[in-house]
Design a protein around this ligand. Sequence first.
Ligand SMILES: *Cc1c(COP(=O)(O)O)cnc(C)c1O
Ligand code: SF4
Length: 338
Amino acid sequence: MSKPVLSLIQSDLPEKWQQILSDLISEPKELLDILGLDGSEKPASLAAIDSFPMKIPRPFALRMERGNWRDPLLLQVWPASEEENQVPELVTDPLQESSFNPVPGLLHKYHGRVLLTAVPHCAIHCRYCFRRHFDYAANTPGKTGWQAALDYIKADGSIEEVILSGGDPLAASDKYLDWLLGELEAVPHVTSIRFHTRLPVVVPQRVTPKLRRLLQRSRVRTTIVVHCNHGRELDSEVTRALSTLATDGHTLLNQSVLLRDINNNPPSLVELSRRLFSAHVLPYYLHLPDRVAGTSHFQVSEEEGCRLIAELEELLPGYLIPRLVREEPGAAHKTRIL
Ligand SMILES: *Cc1c(COP(=O)(O)O)cnc(C)c1O
Ligand code: SF4
């Protein structure tokens, strides 16, 4: 039987989230106008945008406070002139990931789990990102090139968990995700699939009924690790989107980065943990910033991180305290600081 014409047309229309991703804010001037800010007070660096373009989804920008240069959401995405600072300890491949890259698109660093750079782009460009200098072009095989990565997973029975990262795996189309999940589920020793994604937080419209069906269909356990650095990122719409994913039976965790002037104070971290909990998400990791070039203005010391965790322990139940970690090149797991 042929499909009704209307449903064919509807399936070709871009969904709301796709429209949002095709209309990102990419010019400092536009963001300044939206926020009513004067660019001469904190000029954007053209060199910074040139090496790592500005990309901000509108629903995220709408959560920023107008007229406030210190807004914790704005500071995560503003291409500040400090990005041009040259600091010898900050390098372009701080994790030396290229040495754990046996086939394109796959990182095998830790026991029992591999990470796939499943999608070459993100919905947002976070200025502290450790992958800002990553060669996605060389590391995103595309559908046909995936065979080597899938063969690698099939050949190693110790791989139980596949982590879909990026970029952002949920920036992919449902069709592509459906295909990739199907391939991974066909490997008998893969029992768990994990998404590392910022999309449900920055564009909650991504959590559509179609995506939910696709994720629920899976025979394997799914974990969704979102990425949120400040409680203000979690408005009611984001909270609703995350709660539906929890209701669907996925394990929801959060990782954050400890960022100077954004969340390196106890009230912000307490609020973040509490709001995550309201959205059915538990804090997982609090990363010290990776030592990547262009991020000197975000760096927080290990000592300060430890002090902050100690203060959180006075204020929150144990299950709302994230693990303070740093990624060290060559270590067999993330290095627990506290
Ligand atoms: C962080 C990371 C993982 C996952 O580590 P967990 O401790 O299991 O969260 C896996 N592979 C790579 C390359 C990573 O960077
Ligand atoms: S969403 Fe993640 S990978 Fe993408 S720019 Fe932000 S921190 Fe980097």
